[in-house]
Structures are given as C-alpha cells and as structure tokens.
Write a protein that binds this ligand. Structure first.
Ligand code: NAD
Ligand code: IPM
Ligand code: MN
Length: 360
C-alpha cells in the first residue's frame, strides 16, 4: 500500500496548533481503517521563515510541492510581514500555479453548532459554495502609478477569462446535477458592467446544457441579505473569487463560526496537488494560547479523505465533529467550552476509536 504523500505547511499563528490535531486524527483513522496510510512532510514556510530568509518559501518550493498527492495548510499571515506579501508569495501562488481553480466551501450547520439566527437549523443552512479560485478580482493584475504624488493612481484589474469563467460554472452545474440540488449564481452585473455581465451570460449559456438543474441568480448585495433572511434558499452556489471569499465568512458565521469553516482548493484534472485548509486565518489574537478550535482543520481533513475517494472516512470525521458538538464534551472557548486545542483533537480521536470498536 503506497502511502499518500502529504505536504504540510502549518504556517503562522494558530496554523500549527490546528494542523497538529488534523494530522493526529488522519493518522489514527488510517491506522484503524487499514486501507490507506499517510506520509507527512513538513515545510517550515511562512512569516517566520520570511523574516529569516527574505522569502515565504524555498526558491524551488513549488517544484518540491508538485510531487505530493495533496497539501495540508494551516494559515498564513502575521503582524510584522505585510499581508499582501505573505499571502501572495505562499497561499495565493499555490492556488494559482497549481491551477486549483475550484474552492469548495461547505456552509453546513451541524447539530449542536451555534447559529446566530432564529430560523437556523441543519435543514435550512446546508449550502455548498463553489468559489472561483484562480482569477477574477484576485488576478493580481494592476499598477501603482505616480506613487506618493498628487496624481497617484492605483489600478486593480479583475480578469474574467472565458476559460476560467466557463470551467467554474460548469463544475458547479456538474456538482448540482450530481447532488440533485439547485444552483445559484451570485454576481453583480448592475454595477460591474463588463466582468459580471459576462459572468451572467456564461451562466446562462452553460445552464442550457443542464436543463434539469433548477437555477437562480442574485446580485451579491441581495444574496448577502438573503443568506441571513432565508438561508434555505441556497443549495449549491457558484460565485467569483472575491464574492466567494466574503460570503463564505458570512456563511461561516451562520454555521458556527470560523472555528468550523473548512475549504478545499481543488485542481480537478489532478495535474497538480490540491490543497486543503481551514478558511480562517492565523488568528494572532489567540495564537500561542492553545485555545484555537481545530475542528475546521479536521473538517478540511475530511474533505481530503473525500478527495482521495474514501468518502466513508470523510463522513466518519464529519459525524465525529457533529457528535462532539452535540455532547459538548470538549469544545474550545469560541464554541462556549473551556477545552484546549489538543483536548478537542483527543476527543475526536476517542470518538473515532469508539466507532471502530462498536463496528467490529
Ligand atoms: P482570522 O480568521 O485569523 O481571525 C478572525 C477572528 O476569528 C479572530 O478573532 C480569531 O481569533 C477568530 N478565529 C479564527 N480562527 C479561529 C479558530 N480556529 N478558533 C477560534 N477562533 C478563531 O482573520 P484575521 O484576523 O482577519 O486575519 C489574521 C491573519 O490571517 C491576517 O494576516 C490574514 O491575512 C490572515 N489570513 C489567512 C488566511 C489563510 O491562510 N487561509 C485566511 C484568512 C486570513
Ligand atoms: C481565504 C483567505 C484568503 C482569500 C486571503 C488570506 C488571501 O481570506 O482563504 O478566505 O482571500 O482567499
Ligand atoms: Mn477569506
């Protein structure tokens, strides 16, 4: 049995704290299951590395990463290094160069998770966000002219290619079709008179190939309001890079907070490794206190199991997270508990072990 080779970039702040727990859980699941194993290789890249070496990763970092089956990433960014440098030179460059153009972010309220709205239940908050992850507002195109002069001008250009727009929308239709769910597109064609008019047009075109998928299309401002007022309205959702970034933090708040929000950066063609990460950042405000919630990182490990074709193990992890949320036997302070990051990881391992004992 060949081990799955996983590159680990724990990164900054709470990144290493939560990734340690994710790895602990993955190792134990593999041991108990016996059908697969993992080989983890740790890369010390991030803001500390930058302060020492003047760069966020090794010069041949991308070549090193290319050989892995997947990347497991904690968080990037810390006070002392400008965010646009730390994020562009590590996280965003990986997403882009490895053509991880699909960002899958489940917004799913599990039983036991806190929800800030009255009508929030497991049935009403069950969305799958498919965020464009390679271009759009994050194309990195632009210029900074006449810096510091009165005539200073800054340009940040959105890039929406036909290839990039079509492939993400088609991926979303395929997903909605497979799941038998509705597909909602979120854009902003009333104000963004090139990019979003084009987005809407491509959505219309591709929808003709999927007449059996029920669709809806909202402006992003209205969508933000509707996600709170009527979250059940959203099942599979496809949107641009920036809108997806913002709306999935809003979604995270609906589904229990940043400590429970997971994401997968997928290169569907498998030409390059895909990358799995909690969607939260390095949380400098709580870093080093050992109270970061590792459940988002563990949920992204569950997405990794799904990606490798072990959906039963992905579900096992998710069921264990839900059971922990219901029993509340070990939760970090963000979820109202007083457990440490390690205690939560241990509790998930114990729940998984008990499931194996009960099944055998
Ligand atoms: P953040 O997600 O780090 O923190 C926002 C708030 O949520 C904080 O109060 C934090 O304590 C809380 N929080 C986040 N994750 C938590 C967890 N697992 N358990 C408990 N509480 C948690 O966002 P921010 O403060 O805007 O950004 C901090 C840094 O992280 C910045 O440098 C930013 O650029 C970077 N960032 C990185 C990523 C990434 O690597 N994927 C994502 C977002 C932000
Ligand atoms: C996320 C993060 C990143 C993004 C940042 C850190 C560049 O907020 O993964 O949601 O905007 O994509
Ligand atoms: Mn974000």
């Amino acid at each position: 049995m060949n081990p799955y080779k996983i590159a680990v970039i724990s990164g900054d702040g709470i990144g290493p704290e939560v990734i340690d727990e994710g790895i602990k859980v993955m190792k134990r699941v593999a041991e108990l299951d016996g059908r697969l194993s993992f080989e983890f290789t740790h890369f010390p890249w991030g803001c500390e590395y930058y302060l020492e070496h003047g760069q966020m990763m090794a010069s041949d970092g991308m070549e090193q990463l290319e050989k892995f089956d997947a990347i497991y990433l904690g968080a990037v960014g810390f006070p002392g290094v400008p965010d646009h440098i730390s994020l562009w030179d590590l996280l965003l460059i990986i997403r882009k160069q490895f053509d991880q153009y699909v960002n899958i972010r489940p917004i799913q309220l599990l039983n036991g998770a806190p929800c800030p709205i009255d009508n929030g239940t497991k049935e009403t908050i069950d969305m799958l966000f498919i965020r464009e992850n390679s271009e759009g507002e994050y194309a990195g195109a632009g210029d900074w002219l006449f810096k510091g002069k009165p005539e200073e001008v800054v340009l940040q250009t959105g890039v929406f290619s036909r290839k990039g727009t079509e492939r993400i929308i088609r991926y979303a239709f395929e997903t909605a079709s497979d799941l038998g769910k509705t597909l909602t597109s979120i854009s902003k064609a009333n104000a963004l008179n090139y990019s979003m008019v084009f987005w809407d047009q491509v959505f219309e075109e591709v929808s003709l190939e999927y007449p059996h998928v029920e669709t809806a299309s909202y402006l992003v401002d209205a969508a933000a309001m509707l996600m709170i007022k009527n979250p059940a309205r959203f099942e599979v959702v496809v949107t641009s890079n920036l809108f997806g970034d913002i709306l999935t933090d809003l979604g995270a708040a609906l589904a229990g907070g940043m400590g429970l929000a997971a994401g997968a950066n997928i290169n569907p063609e498998k030409t390059y490794p895909s990358m799995f990460e909690p969607i939260h950042g390095s949380a400098p405000d709580i870093a080093g206190q050992h109270i970061a919630n590792p459940l988002a990182a563990i949920w992204s490990a569950s997405q990794m199991f799904d990606f490798f074709g072990f959906e039963d193990l992905g579900k096992l992890l998710l069921d264990s997270i839900e059971e922990l949320l219901v029993t509340k036997s070990a939760l970090t302070p963000d979820l109202g508990g007083s457990a440490s990051t390690i205690e939560v990881g241990d509790a998930i391992v114990a729940l998984i072990e008990s499931k194996y004992v009960n099944n055998k």
